[in-house]
Design a protein around this ligand. Structure first.
Ligand code: CU
Length: 406
């Protein structure tokens, strides 16, 4: 059966996925060619119908070649060890000293992940450093991010990275295409303060394919003097809860069961069919149903202030903390006054944002997408367990439930 994954451009089916991937701008499946397993696969000689015109690419290459080298002499270099979500790397809330060059490393790892243990739904996730979302990066405005990006030789696909926080060359996407067995280094200046998404963008239909297989994450660019309320008073947090909301479009077989695939990329044509319906089968925090619930719930104490960093690379979301609030909410930039005392806030698909809250009562809080269908049926629920003394002045069960007299 022939399916048109690029309407008007070319037919594809699962058997000619090699060609479809290349035409979509990815050359992803060149690695699947058995000849020369240790040879770095190169882009197949097929025109990329979605790529910029050659003269545009040439103009950009000439501009880059003619540019004056940036003088970064004297800048201190520091290394940031990235950690898996929902945690944040060691960082300063207020920058000390002058802007720095912050060195980070990321590996493009393709790995089979269980999305929902109850149904057996799984995905060959495309990741940065093995997690969905990719790790949270934290720098200060004026710092440089210097990323070493590596694509293991055993990968099936080409990857790159587009930082929404950066300026130029498709967010760095045009300068970071790496095939299996390749690495690259990109340095860019963080000129805007706020939370920003980053994601893989190999080209054409491979862009949503990679993003909807988990290949996205967030960077937080703090003001050098830290976060502030609308009156200029400093705001500090005790901890960070970093959550990526991931929509998956997992193909089903004729019985309605989720299809298992043997390798990354094998689901390409089926996935595009599922994605085209714009109806996710799952929308989860941190890669899988229950990744931040039950035993995986995050723990806090009464009086503790948490900064909830929420990344949503593809779909809009409206987070709500059931039983709590957003005391201060930065939906956009850290350079504008935060929204205050919010009940539900907004994550524009294709962005990351932050909300700050100080816990006042113990108990279980549910952090959900308050599209409650998505929260309950598709998986977008996280749990925070808070310890500490109960405050009857805030809430009290005056009369316990009991049968009414009739
Ligand atoms: Cu990718």
């Amino acid at each position: 059966m022939t399916k048109f994954t690029n309407p008007g451009l070319m037919p594809t089916n699962r058997r000619n996925i090699l060609r479809g991937g290349a035409l979509a701008g990815a050359a992803a499946f060149a690695a699947a060619i058995p000849a020369g397993a240790n040879t770095t696969p190169r882009r197949l000689p097929v025109p990329n119908l979605r790529a910029p015109a050659p003269h545009v690419v040439k103009v950009q290459a000439e501009a880059i070649a003619a540019a004056t080298p940036a003088d970064l002499s004297g800048m201190e270099r520091v290394r940031q060890e990235l950690v898996a979500p929902p945690f944040a790397p060691v960082h300063e809330q207020v920058a000390t000293g002058a802007p720095k060059i912050v060195e980070i490393e990321m590996i493009t790892e393709e790995r089979l992940m269980v999305v929902d243990e109850d149904t057996g739904a799984s995905i060959w996730a495309l990741t940065y450093n093995g997690s969905v979302p990719g790790p949270l990066i934290i720098v200060h405005e004026g710092d440089y991010v210097e990323l070493t990006l590596r694509n293991p030789v055993e990968s099936m696909m080409e990857h790159n990275i587009d930082f929404h926080a950066s300026t130029g060359a498709l967010g760095g996407g045009a300068l970071t295409h790496i095939y299996p067995g390749e690495e690259t280094v990109l340095r860019w200046k963080a000129t805007k303060a706020g939370c920003f998404t980053y994601h893989c963008a190999p080209g054409g239909a491979m862009i949503p394919y990679h993003v909807c297989h988990g290949m996205n994450g967030a960077i937080m660019v703090l003001p050098r003097d830290g976060l502030k309320d609308g009156a200029g008073n400093p705001l500090r947090y005790d901890s960070i809860a970093y959550m990526g909301e991931q929509d998956y479009y997992l193909p089903r077989d004729e019985n309605g069961d989720f299809i298992q695939y043997a390798t990354a990329g094998e689901d390409y044509a089926d996935s595009l069919d599922a994605m085209r319906r714009l109806t996710p089968t799952h929308s989860v925090f941190n890669g899988a149903v229950g990744a931040i619930t039950g035993e995986n719930a995050l723990r806090f104490n009464v009086g503790e202030t948490v900064l909830m960093v929420h990344n949503s690379c593809n779909m809009d979301s409206r987070p709500h903390l059931i039983g709590g609030h957003g005391d201060y909410v930065w939906e956009t930039s850290f350079d504008v006054a935060p929204l205050i005392s919010m009940e539900t806030w907004f994550v524009r698909g294709g962005s990351a944002m932050a909300a700050m809250y100080t816990f006042e009562q113990p108990g279980v809080y549910a952090y959900v997408n308050h599209n409650l269908i998505i929260a309950s049926l598709l998986g977008a629920t996280a749990h925070f367990i808070v310890d500490g003394p109960w405050d009857n002045a805030l809430m009290e069960q005056v009369v316990a439930p009991h049968a009414m007299e009739t």
